[in-house]
Design a protein. Structure first.
Length: 253
């Protein structure tokens, strides 16, 4: 069992962010990188991405990580990573299209294929941020959103769910109740609660199975409603039996 208290998790996250800053210091976008002035930004904006370590204004940072049409997405991502992750942890990054787009920005950079030191720095940041989120009673970004970001960034839910399984305590359990409340409607309709870039059906099946195994005991321990517990139970009921169950919530799809 892992029992990370909040202060230890914060120290780990701080160290991970320091590691990112050191690893990606001096990075720039490719000299030939370009984007549409009409839809993305000006030549002056683009020039800032080709200068290392200068702070981007929030609007330029947002437009940069949201864009999916960079010719060398990896170099653009490396350029903005220290500032981007700092803004993420502070809750300053939002997306009208769902937080999966944040994770997708990582995935499009194929960070797992980067040189070992760079890939390790990104991986440690994601794990440290996730552990800190689960131990913080009031994180800047809700746990269910951090899970989406991490799952989309890595292409898998397994390591993040394993951490949630191992971390115990009131904060992690309360985050589980909040996540289950957010997810039950979609999962009861056999849909993943976000728009996955890939492996969506595998993620849905894994998340459903994980909730069935681990959520009921933890939710009962913190006094979750019987209504929520029944909705989790119904994830394990298939076909007409689910719809005809006396505790079916009446969802329409």
């Amino acid at each position: 069992m892992m029992n990370l208290d909040r202060s230890r998790a914060r120290l780990r996250l701080d160290a991970a962010m320091d590691g990112l800053a050191a690893t990606f210091r001096g990075m720039t976008a490719h000299p030939d990188e370009h984007n549409c002035e009409c839809h993305w930004g000006s030549a002056e904006d683009l020039a800032q991405l080709k200068v290392a370590d200068t702070e981007l204004d929030p609007d330029l940072l947002q437009r940069t990580w949201e864009a999916i049409d960079w010719s060398d997405h990896a170099s653009v991502l490396r350029r903005i990573l220290p500032q981007f992750t700092t803004a993420l942890v502070s809750g300053l990054i939002e997306s009208p299209f769902g937080m999966e787009t944040v994770g997708r920005s990582f995935a499009l950079g194929h960070w797992q294929q980067w040189p070992a030191e760079q890939a390790a720095a990104v991986e440690e940041f994601l794990h440290a941020w996730w552990a800190h989120t689960l131990t913080d009673p009031d994180p800047a970004v809700p746990a269910h959103e951090v899970l989406i970001i991490s799952g989309e960034a890595s292409g898998t839910l397994s390591p993040w769910l394993h951490t949630w399984e191992a971390l115990t305590g009131p904060a992690a359990d309360q985050h589980l109740a909040e996540a289950a409340t957010q997810w039950e409607y979609d999962l009861l309709g056999d849909q993943l609660p976000w728009d996955a870039w890939e492996n969506g059906e595998e993620m849905r099946a894994e998340l459903t199975a994980w909730l069935l195994r681990h959520a009921p005991t933890r939710l009962r321990a913190i006094g979750a409603s019987e209504e929520l517990l029944h909705r989790i139970r119904l994830l394990g009921v298939t076909g007409l039996d689910r719809w005809k169950d006396p505790h079916w919530p009446g969802h329409r799809y």
